[in-house]
Design a protein around this ligand. Structure first.
Ligand SMILES: [Ca+2]
Ligand SMILES: [Ca+2]
Length: 369
């Protein structure tokens, strides 16, 4: 695959040399067009990104003409007929005038066009990720591509991670592909998650990395989700999945203000029962709000991987804020510790912690070692 990409790039460079007014293509391309590196550079002006028009249009398969006498650029591809005159702020798209919010730039005899107009006309999607500018002509964008050894055979696998967005650029789901085979599709949980990233870590201590798929909510709750996948003899197993928004559910917990700066707390699953003491000084002048304290436990806001018992196997700890009179008022933290058992993570312990990280109550769940 990589070889094919290199060959294609080489052909493309040769092609660009023939066609572009100025020959040399820059080293160190930081543009990816439909998953392939593109020779060319970006220009940044007025806080906007300008792409080399001929390079991107030809990578797309369009025909590009430059009529020097009229200073007119014409881009044509199946039902997309776009032209404009250098220095003019209006172009023509399929016979209709279109406003060019930013004028085309000519640098070293090449035409650079602000990416927004191309996104609008051709319905392209663009995204920055780790210093690379990704352009995609459909709704799916490559986020990362890595080579990793995942099994005892020592064979490198190519792991690609994609996001599929709606027309407004909101992520709908993320797809993990290994050697071009779809492994998992993780959704946005009804818009709850808006970012995602992949990580690799040996969580089970066998010397080979597992695939960690993190998802994030960028709202005030700062939610996090984590899925861990293990590869073994050609099979993929989901060994952990925590932090989904729909896992919260108020029916699990019960909280009630008892008066005298005390809140009762019950977890119906583990049967953990306790009291949360409130800091009297925090509520001076707004004591009447205390009566309004009701069951409110946030989704998972933090996920920690740590080997707590030094057996070279990672434990996974999730933290959820227990909320008081308003969302900024954290009165305790609900902590769940997951341990690996028979190849899968299971909730092994739940703890209610006060704001000084002291354990108020703790219950071990049935996990047989
Ligand atoms: Ca491992
Ligand atoms: Ca451990």
């Amino acid at each position: 695959m990589l070889k094919r990409v290199i060959q294609l790039s080489a052909i493309f460079v040769a092609f660009a040399l023939l066609l572009s007014p100025i020959g040399a293509a820059e080293e160190g391309s930081n543009i990816m067009f439909n998953d392939n590196p593109l020779q060319g550079k970006l220009i940044f002006e007025e806080g906007k990104t300008f792409v080399p028009l001929r390079a991107v249009a030809e990578a797309w398969g369009a025909q590009v003409d430059f009529r020097e006498k009229e200073q007119k650029v014409i881009v044509r591809k199946e039902g997309n007929d776009f032209s404009f005159v250098i220095g003019e702020d209006t172009g023509v798209f399929n016979g209709q005038p279109v406003e060019l919010v930013s004028l085309a730039r000519i640098i070293e005899e090449r035409t650079f066009l602000e990416t927004g107009i191309l996104e609008k006309l051709f319905n392209w999607k663009t995204r920055w990720n780790e210093g690379i500018f990704y352009i995609s002509t459909d709704e799916t964008l490559l986020l990362s591509k890595t080579k990793v050894i995942l099994d005892q055979a020592g064979e490198e696998k190519e792991i690609s991670y994609y996001v599929t967005q709606n027309p407004d650029g909101m992520p709908l789901y993320w797809t993990l592909k290994v050697d071009d085979r779809d492994i998992i599709c993780a959704g946005n949980d009804e818009g709850y998650f808006s970012h995602s990233r992949l990580d690799f870590k040996d969580v089970d201590g066998d010397g080979l990395p597992e695939v960690l798929l993190y998802r994030y909510n960028t709202g005030s709750a700062g939610g996090q989700g984590l899925i861990i996948l293990k590869h073994q003899e050609g099979n993929w197993t989901e060994i952990l999945s925590v932090g989904q928004f729909n896992q919260v559910g108020t029916e699990r917990f019960q909280m009630e203000y008892l008066g005298d700066y005390k809140v009762s707390f019950l977890d119906r699953i583990s049967k953990l029962q306790s009291y949360i003491p409130l800091e009297r000084e925090k509520y001076q002048g707004m004591e009447e709000l205390l009566e309004g304290i009701d069951t409110w436990v946030d989704p998972v806001s933090e996920i920690v991987l740590a080997d707590l018992d030094n057996d070279e196997i990672q434990e996974v700890v999730t933290l959820q804020r227990v909320i008081g009179v308003s969302h900024v008022d954290t009165i305790a933290t609900w902590r769940t510790t997951y341990e690996l058992e028979n190849g899968c993570y299971k909730a092994a312990k739940v703890s209610l912690m006060d704001n000084r990280e002291q354990v108020l109550a703790q219950v071990s769940l049935a996990v047989s070692k």
